[in-house]
Design a protein around this ligand. Structure first.
Ligand SMILES: NC(=O)c1ccc[n+]([C@@H]2O[C@H](COP(=O)([O-])OP(=O)(O)OC[C@H]3O[C@@H](n4cnc5c(N)ncnc54)[C@H](O)[C@@H]3O)[C@@H](O)[C@H]2O)c1
Length: 278
């Protein structure tokens, strides 16, 4: 339902040309808001937002969040950060800078504007968790010096900065810990299990399942995740999170492969000896 003029906001979405960001923008525009999409197009593409070209409520700004930004908005969703291991390990120093400098520059902007800001955090802040499922009060088990640390520790530091801006400056923050999400506009070569399976099936290749295929993961459909982000943003000020957002139901890799094969009419799955799904 489009909003009336007086409830329309001007909303900044960083990382808006990426998978989740572009869906969030679609939803915010549908709700009648104005959206400023900020992205350096590292993993995002103009193709994800090309259908918005010419939309009177949409603007795109090519900008890197590691640098300060001076714009006027009513609300900020900070999603900028490569999300898949292939992408965030490509330039790990830049990955940490994106999370950490982004979590200084964007809350800094929100502080100047006295506006609400949401941080897209991740289930990876739990690292290699010692408890299942992880609840938000679990502090995690994270390696600070490994090849994934640029992402995991960068996102942890971003959460720290958000909560310090909240305690020290009274900033209204929302922190969402996002679990595996899938849907249209996922990067086909992001190396994650759903994209791997779908791409193999579409190419007519056998689907590769590492290990015995009984290992489980949960996957959240993008529309549901976007519902969660917007509901968190609209929650009363005392609700800061962190809040886990994802699908509580687990699937085995074998079930996932069968579903992908059924949907694509692909070939028979084969198994390999080790497990390494993302
Ligand atoms: N997709 C998931 O399953 C998932 C899971 C957990 C957390 N997240 C988080 O959600 C957010 C969005 O993830 P996604 O799946 O849409 O990833 P994505 O890679 O598709 O989107 C990230 C966007 O950020 C942009 N970006 C990267 N570095 C930037 C910088 N320095 N300045 C400006 N823009 C920059 C990229 O170009 C891209 O458009 C990320 O912060 C990610 O960590 C996603």
């Amino acid at each position: 339902m489009p909003r009336l003029y007086d409830s329309r906001k001007r909303i900044l979405v960083t990382g808006g040309a990426g998978f989740l960001g572009s869906h969030l923008i679609d939803r915010l525009l549908k709700q009648g808001h104005e959206v400023l999409c900020v992205d350096n197009l590292f993993t995002g593409t103009k193709r994800n937002i090309e259908h918005l070209h010419g939309h009177s409520h949409f603007e795109f700004l090519r900008h890197d969040v590691t640098f300060p930004l001076y714009v006027e908005v009513d609300e900020i969703y900070n999603l900028a950060c490569p999300a898949s291991p292939i992408h965030y390990q490509h330039d790990p120093v830049q990955t940490t800078k994106t999370s950490v400098h982004g979590a200084i520059n964007m809350p800094g902007l929100a502080k100047r504007l006295r506006c609400r800001i949401l941080q897209a955090s991740t289930s990876e802040v739990y690292g290699d968790p010692a408890i299942h499922p992880q609840t938000e009060d679990y502090w995690g088990n994270v390696n600070p010096i490994g090849p994934r640390s640029c992402y995991d520790e960068g996102k942890r530091c971003a959460e720290t900065l958000f909560f310090d801006y909240h305690r020290q400056h009274g900033l209204e923050i929302k922190v969402a810990r996002i679990f595996n999400t899938y849907g249209p506009r996922m990067h086909p070569a992001d190396g994650r299990v759903i994209s791997n399976f779908v791409m193999q099936a579409l190419r007519g290749e056998p689907i590769t399942i590492y290990g015995d295929g009984d290992q489980t993961r949960s996957f959240c459909y993008v529309d549901d995740l976007i519902d969660g982000l917007i509901r968190l943003m609209e929650a009363p000020a005392p609700v800061t999170g962190p809040i886990n957002l994802g699908n509580p139901t687990e699937f085995t890799m074998r079930e996932l492969a069968k579903l992908v094969l059924a949907e694509t009419g692909g070939l028979v799955a084969h198994c390999e000896a080790t497990f390494a799904c993302g």
